[in-house]
Design a protein around this ligand. Sequence first.
Ligand SMILES: [Zn+2]
Length: 420
Amino acid sequence: MSANERDQFGIDPKIIRTQREKIALTEENKEALLRDLFDLIAIDTSNPPGKELQAAELVRSKMASLGANCILQKFAPQRANAICHIPFSQPEDGPCLIFNSHLDVVPSGEGAWTYPPFKPTIIGGRVYGRGACDAKGSLAAMMAAVRLALQAPQNLQGELILTAVAAEETGGLGTQFWLKSRREDLRPSMAIVGEPSGLKPVIAHKGVSRRKLSVRGRSAHSSDPSQGRNAIYPVARLAIFIEELNEKLARRTHPLLGLPLVSANVIRGGVKDNVIPDYCELHMDRRRIPGETRDQFDRELNEWVENMVAMDPSFRCQIEVIGDDKEPVVISPEEPIVRAAVEAIHEVTGQRETPQGFVAATDMSFLVHQGNIPSIILGPGNLAQTHIVDEFVEISHLEQATLIYAYLITRLLGPKRLSG
Ligand SMILES: [Zn+2]
């Protein structure tokens, strides 16, 4: 990106490095952080079905009591984002810093939890519970950082917006809804997506496209298969095609994100072991790296269909999109938000991290592609601790994340930087 674009935020990297006012958490801050996380985990926002309204209301009321201007954005029954605006002394003079994290969690599943998923428990310096790591830990740390900023808003400029969004785990409807509502606001913005990145700055993730291909056949008694049309055979061929496609994809790679991938993950078909199946479907998941086009997977599947039709002109199938496609995303490591994050992490942890890629797809994709907002992923906990039984987050990570977010607020919205 050019120096001119960097200047839109008025941030001079040299100045960023000179702001070294120490930020610390009091015992009261630490208690409030844990209380917010406990309150969030205790509200079951398993998605599906979602039902984030109560959690959104909790964030709204907690942030409003601190002085933020908050609204609930309802976009479906029981589903809402909490959007909290914190304008500082001269909002028009500074950029807009967006904190984004999600209220919904994946279902707790059938596995036996040692600690009940919706009764947060502290054991050995960790908070256990569904969403502790993905992503209520990030959200609670962001709320704690907002609290710090509102307690001591010394000369902060611009605006901070906390977006606690719904429906991230099923396609990112919440963030997209907020982005649509924000179309008029063209102020230079940057965003931090709170997801478990191990407190590392993430500037890229893969895109994802999911498809269901289904085949209708004709049933018959299995004593005479020629009377029917077996729907399983073509789908079995498709499964092999997907396995081979995955091997072919390994010829390409991305420096931060590695290989593009594809996998066949659900197969359904057949009714009885003596009936020729008249229906079969396969669900597939394709992970795209930057440079792979939006319709890449559809073209690969169409190629397979054309080959099938070439062999049997009467072959028919149906391809459906599952969920919303997410585009792969990568931003420049020179973006002010990235440089400031590297400095803030160094300040708090002593580690100088290089910006990296993330294996999972997140709302960062929508913020960058639909909102045109330079965004990073940064949050406490690691992906390996998420979507599992006995999900947890380290309390030390939560506290460090809070400090990192707080440093980012003062660095990016801090006293007016020198111009030129
Ligand atoms: Zn998440």
